[in-house]
Design a protein around this ligand. Sequence first.
Ligand code: GLN
Length: 416
Amino acid sequence: MRTPVPDYLDEVLDALRGDSTGAPANYIPELATADPDKFALSITTTSGSTYAAGDVDTEFSIQSISKPFAYAAALIDRGFERVLESVGVEPSGEAFNELSLEGDTHRPKNPMINAGAIATHSLLGAAGAGQDDRVERARRLFSRLAGRELRVDEQVCASELGTAHRNLAIAHMLHNYGILEGDVHSIVEGYTRQCSILVSVRDLSMMAATLATGGVQPVTGDRVLESDVARQVMAVMAGAGMYDAAGDWLTRVGIPAKSGVAGGMVGVLPDQVGIGAFSPRLDAHGNSQRGRRAFERLSQDMGMHLFSSDRGRLDSVGSDTQDGTTTFRLQGNVQFTAAAELLDLMAEVEDGNVVLDVSRVHSFSDVGRRMTLEGLRRLRLDGRGIALRDPSTTLPDPDLGDGTYPEESATGGLQV
Ligand code: GLN
């Protein structure tokens, strides 16, 4: 059998191919020469499968889609506090190239608008890093996220630098308020080079899927980002990724996303998928016209909305009592909800021994684990005998929080 997912993606492309509204960006002369009919879509799941359709191997410059990933690099290199000193996290409700800063702090409102992205670029690498180091820092991180070596398109970069007056104006303004340190021209040049890194839709869906897993590249297994960095990036994308259309996008499409003026778009659904799209004709907001519509289709057809409630529970809990022994069975990815239910059920036990069967659990969230062990500890205090059935050690080192373990198991297996 052939999986129907690529056929579905082909169908989405075919349905939208006729839409020739909008035009490729022309303020960067090199981008105006792009073939406007190119069209591609790619989805990478958190388990590392990629489904792609259309012009999947066409490369284009990443442009503003570099912003969330460069933000990740700055957070890693300088820490949250330092980055937040220079760049805010508020949706700006303005166009991507607006010359605006927060009134009191003079910080750019967020890292997704050019002002914030230029300030973010200046924070790449160690303090005082030169342009080559900053660009290389971005290129290397993007390559690890994509799972292959990416390169800068110097022609696109040179073309944009020839007309980069607006970004230079923004950078001078940032310098004036002490947000940008160092040589303004070199920072804008480095930022422009970062925007000129070439990607395909596959690269984009892979990079986004690495955010979706909380930072582990799903194919190479490389932990590229810590989960708090991935979460910060996704949260800022959700609030500010679509510039002045952010609220409309979040409500209607519900996929945190970022677009670039070369026609690329990236989207991420935590724990599910990363999505890449490419079509060079842009709408009035500077977003890919067909790319935007493809995201709308995916959200509707595939139930891919961050706030859709049709995904169901990730966990479940049950219990039964036989011969005076109560067995609790947990299943799935045990998070707060199942753990809370488990504790309610445990609270009803009045006598006999207790078995906790986690053989059908595939993972515990941190809070799920702590709550579960606390339940066992309290049952022990009440005088219950406790055993753990954990053949795949999903609950390693089940220290009940006081240095003791379930009586008959520290390592797994059924020991009642
Ligand atoms: N390099 C472009 C710029 O700074 C990126 C803008 C975009 O993709 N929206 O203008």
